[in-house]
Design a protein around this ligand. Sequence first.
Ligand SMILES: [Cu+2]
Length: 613
Amino acid sequence: MGDQTEPTGPSISRRELCIAAGATGISALAGCSAPTNPSRAESATTITDHSSPDLEKWVDEVPRPGVVEPSGTKDGQPQYEIEMREVEQKLHRDLPATTVWGYDGQFPGPTIEAEQGEPIYVRWTNGLPDEHLLPVDTTIHSDIIPYDMPGVRTVTHLHGGNVESESDGHAQAWYTRNFEETGPEFQKKDYYYVNDQPPATLWYHDHSLGITRLNVYAGLAGFYLLRNDHERSLDLPEGEYEIPLVFQDRSFEEDGSLFYPTAISDEQAGSDESLPDPSIVPQFYGDTSVVNGKAWPRLSVEPRSYRFRLLNGSNSRYYTLKLRQYDESSGEAGDDGPSFVQIGNDGGLLSTPVEIEDRLELGAGQRADVVVDFAEHAGETLLLHNDAPAQYRGRTGLGDDDDIVSLPEIMVVDVGDDGNSQDASEVPDELTRVPDIPVDSVDNERYLTLNGGATDDYGRLLHLLGTADERDGLEIDDPVTEEPTLGDTEIWSFANRSSMSHPMHLHLVHFQMLGRQSMGDYDPDEDEIDLEALEAPEPYERGWNDVITVDPGEIVHVIVHFGEHDGLFNDQTGTYMWHCHMIEHEDHDMMRPFTVRPNDGDGDDNDDSTTRR
Ligand SMILES: [Cu+2]
């Protein structure tokens, strides 16, 4: 794919985009040209003829992850030791026990409850077997990954954590069982989480280079809830009325084992017979909804308000959610149920609650903190319904031509006839202070491209992130191109030249969305960013985000401050990652490092991570 910069003019709206199957890059904007090589088209999905066992739906209650307790102290702070282990776990009444990998032997892992201003240490120990649970494609970064080394590589990232670089879970900071072997970026065993950021729904998961998709799929993920006194003073539903829910899609074999595809389809492979086996797949879409580690579960609630911490923990799948009336005997969904009142997103509370009128969109890695009032729905059965197609293109098209494995039914909610609990909670009109990052403080602008048109040495589709100078993309071990200085404010403009939506994630920081526009309306070589011309963020997109969805043919501009801002967050320097959170994309190869440089002029020591508070 060339450096396609043909201007299209401002007359083409995003809704008029014709995202033809296989169209990549700006060709999607420039007249919907047919793909030149449909067999390699990005829109070709992961087609397998695998079907999971036909399980009876809604028979198991949604489990609630336990809360893990510290095992001791270190330097006067609580210290946790959480071991990754292989265990057998029942994921459905009628499915034989499934071998999964769990933090503390649980899938999902136990929840860490942390308090703002109170640092903790966590030692994530690797107690996994010698062999991976799933087939490993050893061609992914085979030049920098020692696949013949015994043991499974893991490293844990606290997603949304404003943490020091040495504790961030760099993809090359992996280690094997008992820290026997360590990756080139490994620096310490005891990760330090300073917890100096707004209270939020964070989560932790594996991040090791080249096999993150497999380690997370095997079960390595859990919640990390950060709280403070202000949030408690809001009298939101709490205790048994506050429930974290992680949505994942999985596929199973008849014996209960996890199924993960190991070969891309003939259609995708074209005539190339030299493909690796097992091979990475471009995306993964499981056919079974799993919530908090149970397949097709039901949640029993009282007719009152609940707070749900929603997390899309799937590898590739998007969710667009709504509660609907449900006739369990016919399996038919009807009218709308209670709406979601969103009170927070990735990085903490919104300034004011937002009633979600349409559907709640969650890209991989994203969180929504919502309150749902079931008081008017006593005795009803509700369906948590998802209408996102697997090949998600957001607002720019439904892509119904190629929706291979949609997952419309996520979970059933049983609302009891009565509840004797006193429901004193009420969502306040003002939730918290979210100070804007001022646009007039911007020190630097970066144009960053999301690309789907490249292929690797085997002719397989390769997703890449690029820059204004290298628009077709760079690989993870190319030199760092994003090097903000501590204390700087930058605009990062994500331009999606591919034909599918990507949930883009930055480690370390939380950014604010400025708005979106058609990709043809802005070229950094020719244009200034015209804030007035941008489509404003949705109300629920305001606040602190660490994942943002960029639809095809669109640019999303975000503003980010590196360091403490208005009393929030803290100063960190060093190297972190930014990437697409569809984990198959992250592994191949939509991930790049960025380095926050110290602002003292001594800019040549990446490892000089300091915490200035
Ligand atoms: Cu992606």
